[in-house]
Design a protein around this ligand. Structure first.
Ligand SMILES: [Zn+2]
Length: 357
């Protein structure tokens, strides 16, 4: 075969209905020229509509204009053109929201992972690098226990304990035995694996390492950083009193007065808007503002504990520091252990536990 070959990584992303936000622009990885002359008009319109995120009303208008001026029939509406499903039969309720099942994903993936896809006579080989999903969707597609179950950790065999104070399952230990793809397939985790996942049919797929639990947005920013800030502000984090109105005002004023680097477009909002902060605001707080703003606001042991997280995240944020990543891993383990000591074991939720993974 004389086709040129190219590699392309694919990340699959599912959301189960949470309002998490990541402010990244859509990226189009394939910048090859499209040969529209080999495509039907419907396919061209479909490509145009999807690649430029046209609204249905804009597509409807375009279809009407084209239909009026071309001597041929076209789909009457965007819904028909895009083959949008009318029924909700493929929507499944799962904890935390709903999951929309788009179709035979595994069958299609198996085909393109083995055969690649042809674009402009070029065969593009695809490699599935990771599946990224939030906690409920992750458990659903893997057919395993949910994150708040006793056997809910997807990465290790640490057993959670039900905590009567917080009414949640907490995970106190670190360094439990790591789960393996072989163990998952061989039935070594009967209390963790509930159903046979179709994902197991994917070629060269590691169901433990290729379904990640630790993306920075959900783990660090909307996870531990949001939890800490809400806990400090509202006094819902162990023995620490809630911040007084004066402290909240002082912290808010400091945040509003910070000149952020030019690549960060969103300025900080005040603490009373914490529930509406975006992932990028929590990220900026963790990466830049926190170590300054929190000094002399937090008790020294809590401040030093926060510094441990800040240092670990800073080291992990760049490949420049890769030789020190094992040190950052140890710091996160220490952070987890001290989290229980400083704030209380009842707050050692799966999100805190996952920092080690
Ligand atoms: Zn674990």
């Amino acid at each position: 075969m004389n086709d040129e070959a190219a590699d392309c990584d694919v990340e699959m992303e599912y959301e189960s209905g949470c309002d998490d936000d990541i402010e990244e622009e859509d990226s189009i990885n394939c910048d090859g020229n499209i040969d529209f002359s080999n495509m039907t008009l419907e396919d061209c319109l479909r490509f145009y509509a999807l690649s430029t995120n046209q609204t249905h009303s804009a597509i409807n208008l375009l279809l009407e204009i084209l239909s009026s001026n071309l001597q041929r029939s076209l789909p009457k509406s965007a819904r028909t053109l895009l083959k949008t499903r009318r029924s909700n039969n493929d929507i499944t309720n799962i904890p935390g929201g709903q999951l929309w099942y788009h179709g035979p994903l595994v069958d299609e993936l198996k085909d393109i992972l083995v055969n690649g896809i042809m674009i402009n006579s070029v065969r593009i080989f695809i490699r599935l690098r990771a599946i990224i999903a939030d906690s409920p969707a992750r458990a659903y597609i893997k057919g395993c226990a949910y994150f708040n179950g006793i056997h809910g950790c997807m990465k290790c065999t640490c057993e959670g304990e039900y905590n009567n104070v917080s009414n949640t399952v907490v995970f106190k230990s670190i360094n439990a035995q790591i789960r393996t793809d072989k163990g998952f397939r061989d039935g070594e985790y009967p209390e963790h694996v509930k159903l046979a996942s179709p994902l197991l049919d994917l070629p060269s797929f590691n169901i433990i390492t290729d379904v990640i639990t630790s993306d920075a947005l959900h783990l660090f920013y909307l996870g531990v950083m949001k939890r800490l800030l809400l806990g400090w502000r509202d006094g819902k984090l162990g023995k620490f009193c809630k911040w007084s109105a004066d402290v909240c005002n002082a912290v808010s004023s400091r945040l509003e007065g910070i000149a952020l680097p030019s690549e960060i477009h969103r300025r900080f909002r005040r603490l009373d808007e914490l529930n509406n902060w975006k992932g990028t605001e929590f990220a900026s707080f963790l990466h830049y503002a926190g170590i300054v703003v929190l000094k002399k606001v937090l008790p020294i042991e809590a401040y030093d504990h926060f510094l441990m997280l800040f240092c670990a995240v800073t080291i992990l944020s760049s490949v420049e520091y890769k030789p020190n990543w094992p040190v950052a891993g140890k710091m996160l383990e220490t952070f987890i252990l001290q989290y229980g000591e400083i704030y209380g074991e009842q707050y050692l939720t799966s999100n805190i536990h996952n920092l080690q993974h």
